[in-house]
Design a protein around this ligand. Structure first.
Ligand SMILES: *Cc1c(COP(=O)(O)O)cnc(C)c1O
Length: 358
């Protein structure tokens, strides 16, 4: 914790991005999606910054417990419900709203033993084929739940599989048609993830569920976060802990993957794959240091990685490099390492201290 390797979390960026979601979906209430420890940014800290949300959405009961234990009082939605009957009672007593997506979860209701009424969102499978009732089974589930004491079906929700792919509008349109066809007038509707908030106003409905956009990364392959008006919430930094002069022909790191094509200066950074920086990052993956982009050189180690700073004058031990963030979009790093911003930020490990900054 004392190396100086940190994920700086910008409160003003989080607020800016939340406002952007509100602007884009002005008539909808917002579940701020803070699953996976707020995509690696720290769920309690992010919830406290985004206190204007109408509620928070998480993936697991454990994540919801963490928020309630920290005194968070707003509604919390369990996006995939629970996996045990006893947890349904806990959800009700902790005032968690619970998604029910399959018959097995409906059966848990028979053992619901809680003082509070459980608020339920029924999930409709409109084409993602991951979770949810088919349109035919949804009606039966609604009727069944209307017989249950202690249960209040407040809404119907679905998830879009291709909202980030603007070249295939017909898929999103088809999913929309399915949910419109199965609407229950007295129920609220929730459809939109970040991509839908940004590009599919017809999906906004009663509640939107933005996740990645709150953190300032883009859900799209070819529209940057900046174009959407988002600001990077996480800036991942690590200090230079050593500087080496290499002669042309000398190599760096495990397996000698990178060899100096000229006399070179190599800086070693205090961050590695145990911190969540991807081990498979190739030579040339960008790192920001002292106002310039420099290339990763050699295999990423568990606790360290090396960069070529030959073209940067005056690099000193203690200088802070940025792996991604305010100066280097996480989405750009994602392109080099064959993944998306979502995966990079959620994988930053607990060893990296999170520090909330303005
Ligand atoms: C994670 C998740 C979201 C948020 O998705 P983003 O692409 O990060 O905006 C919304 N809804 C559900 C059901 C999710 O699992």
């Amino acid at each position: 914790m004392t190396r100086g390797t940190k994920a700086l979390i910008s409160a003003s960026a989080l607020k800016n991005n939340f406002q952007r979601a509100k602007q884009l979906a002005p008539n909808s209430r917002v579940w701020a999606v803070i699953k996976a420890d707020a995509y690696g940014h720290g769920s309690v800290a992010v919830a406290n910054v985004l206190h204007d949300a109408d509620g928070y959405a998480v993936a697991t009961l454990g994540e919801a417990r963490t928020l309630r234990a920290a005194g968070i009082k707003l509604p919390i939605l369990l996006l995939a419900g629970v996996t045990q009957a006893a947890h349904l009672s806990e959800a009700a007593d902790s005032q968690l709203e619970c998604v029910l997506h399959c018959r097995e979860q409906l059966a848990f209701l028979e053992r619901l033993d809680s003082r509070e009424t459980l608020k339920v969102w029924l999930k409709l499978d409109t084409g993602m084929h991951r979770l949810g009732f088919s349109p035919e089974d949804l009606q039966e589930a609604v009727s069944h739940l209307e017989q249950c004491a202690n249960v209040d079906v407040v809404g119907i929700m679905t998830h879009m599989c291709c909202a980030d792919d603007l070249s295939q509008p017909q898929i999103t349109e088809r999913q929309l048609k399915v949910i419109r066809g199965s609407q229950h007038e007295d129920k609220q509707i929730s459809i939109a993830n970040s991509a839908s908030v940004i590009k599919w106003p017809q999906t906004h409905a009663d509640w939107v569920r933005p996740g990645i956009m709150l953190y300032g990364a883009t859900p799209f392959a070819d529209i940057s976060a900046r174009e959407i008006g988002l600001a990077a919430a996480m800036t991942l930094v690590a200090p230079v802990i050593a500087i080496k002069q290499l002669a042309k022909g000398e190599s760096v790191g495990y397996g000698m993957r990178w060899t100096a094509g000229r006399d070179s200066v190599i800086a070693t950074l205090a961050i590695g794959y145990a911190d969540g920086y991807p081990r498979h990052a190739p030579d040339g993956t960008p790192v920001w240091l002292n106002g310039k982009v420099v290339p990763l050189s050699g295999r990423v180690c568990m606790d360290m990685m090396m960069i070529d700073v030959t073209d940067l004058p005056d690099v000193k031990v203690g200088d802070l490099a940025e792996l991604w963030g305010a100066n280097l979009p996480v989405d750009e790093v994602g392109r080099y390492v064959d993944t998306i911003g979502y995966e990079l930020v959620t994988r930053v490990s607990p060893r990296v201290e999170r520090e909330m900054v303005e």
